[in-house]
Design a protein around this ligand. Structure first.
Ligand code: HMG
Length: 444
């Protein structure tokens, strides 16, 4: 079988910015370092009044199609992953296709469209669906468009408010990809959990601290499942992009992952000379004593040169965009992959043939871990992105403006405000149709 994977990627950020240390922290009466050092966030991206999951997704997709010289006939499948959908029946992918049909000759009438839901992990699940469709020989030579798009807004004054974000990632899944090839091996950690959910409501109900424990527990399970199929030595992977609700979460997940993957390796022996071998459960009388010993070991492991240099090289580069945009839910892990590849391109690092270990997660809850191999065209693909410029051009909200724009996006309020930016060369939410559907138009 030929290789299948991600051929190209495009990112579209919401056009507004909330500066967390400068604007949010003082208004909340918080120490700015809670955000910059604790959560690891500098800013959140927000949608302007004319932006939503459809405009951001369609704008990312258009940019991707233009750059790759694609027309609608080249696409056999459009899957949108989101947890911010506004319709329980009509999928977001139909709105996105409708937008794109306004600007391209031809249509997507023969493309299979759908919408995937499983909190933040559904972007990765949609890539899987596309992979399987191509690998099964059902694509007729066409590629799949996977779009992860979310407005990750939380209720005002709730614990998650500092981790908000909005943006879309469009990915082209195809044979002989230019960016990364996917493999068959996957590890899953999945359980019925109620730590973060949106039962027919716009803003999530969240048990924040528990959600972090569930993230780590499911990640551990997924890694264990993956280890049964593939090698996981720390030197095997150039980067490990995690789902990034905020960088502080990945700091915890990175340490947990490292402890597991060094176990029974040459590195564990090296580290043991300094802090002793990892506690093994069978050596302890009860679970509590074992967990205490693990905690002490983790605190020491975090300080070792081996862990710190692995973290700096393998994890830290995955976090740079996330620090500036917050949580994009379904898009977050895909933004982390882009961050890492961008860092490699900027450092002039040769990456072709190297592997990434990609760790996705969605509340509710499921973690998925798989490996990808970087392809020869990766650098050209990554250097074509304009994300740095998009981030620089965001409108910097003051606190009162932030309050207004949050209200304007709140489905339960009827707040109308002027846009902060001027749309140009993009799709916008233009109004409402006769059946209460959202309508969109392309602004030259
Ligand atoms: P919080 O209570 O606002 O923050 O909630 P905190 O008091 O726990 O502080 C956060 C960190 O900052 C802590 O670090 C503090 O010590 C530190 P830690 O101890 O954990 O390493 N800190 C400081 N550091 C330096 N200087 C200071 C300072 N003050 C405090 N002055 C919480 C944090 C994550 C709970 C909240 O933001 C929240 O509820 N977020 C939403 C839920 C979430 O993101 N969960 C993550 C895991 S679940 C997930 O990833 C799925 C998700 O993406 C949804 C989906 O799948 O659909 C959310």
């Amino acid at each position: 079988m030929t290789t299948v994977g991600i051929d190209a990627v495009e990112i579209w950020t919401g056009k507004l910015k909330l500066d967390l240390p400068e604007t949010f922290a003082p208004a909340q009466g918080d120490d700015p370092e809670k955000y910059t050092k604790g959560l690891g966030l500098e800013a959140s991206s927000f949608p302007d009044t004319y932006e939503d999951i459809v405009t951001m997704g369609a704008n990312a997709a258009k940019r991707l199609m233009d750059r790759k010289g694609l027309v609608p006939d080249d696409i056999g499948r459009i899957d949108v992953a989101t947890e911010s959908a506004f319709d329980n029946s009509k999928p977001v992918s139909t709105y996105v296709a409708g937008c794109l049909e306004q600007v391209y000759d031809g249509d997507f009438h023969h493309a299979n469209k759908g919408e995937r839901k499983f909190a933040c992990v559904s972007g990765t699940q949609s890539i899987d669906d596309a992979y399987n469709w191509i690998a099964a020989g059902r694509s007729r030579g066409r590629a799949a468009l996977v779009i992860a798009t979310d407005t990750a807004l939380y209720a005002r004054d709730s614990s998650g408010e500092a981790t908000q974000g909005a943006g879309a990632v469009a990915m082209l899944i195809d044979e002989e990809p230019d960016l990364v090839a996917l493999s068959h091996e996957q590890g899953y950690g999945s359980a019925d959990e109620t730590d973060f959910l949106k039962p027919q409501q716009q803003f999530p109900s969240v048990d924040g601290k528990r959600s972090m424990q569930v993230y780590l527990a499911r990640m551990r399970e997924a890694l264990q499942d993956f280890e049964g199929q593939d090698t996981t030595h720390p030197d095997d992977f150039a980067y490990v992009p995690f789902h990034t609700p905020f960088p502080g979460m990945v700091r915890k997940a990175g340490l947990l992952g490292y402890r597991r993957i060094v176990r029974n390796t040459d590195l564990e022996s090296e580290i043991a000379e300094e802090i002793g071998r990892q506690p093994r459960e069978e050596a302890y009388e009860d679970r509590e004593a074992y967990e205490e010993a693990i905690q002490t070991h983790m605190d020491e492991l975090k300080q070792t040169d081996q862990y710190r240099s692995w973290y700096d090289a393998t994890i830290e580069p995955t976090l740079s965009i996330s620090r500036q945009v917050g949580n994009w839910y379904t898009g977050s892990v895909h933004v982390a992959r882009v961050s890492a590849l961008q860092a490699a391109a900027e450092a002039g690092r040769g990456l072709s043939g190297e592997r990434l270990l990609v760790a996705s997660y969605g509340s509710g809850a499921q973690a998925e871990i798989h490996a990808e191999t970087v392809q020869d065209g990766w650098k050209e693909e990554i250097e074509a992105l304009t994300i740095d410029e998009q981030l620089r051009r965001r409108y910097d909200l003051d606190f009162e403006e932030y309050e207004h724009v949050h209200d304007a996006h709140n489905h339960d309020l009827d707040t109308e405000i002027e846009a902060f930016t001027q749309p140009s060369g993009e799709f916008v939410h233009a109004g409402w149709g006769r059946m209460n559907e959202r309508t969109y138009e392309y602004v030259e």
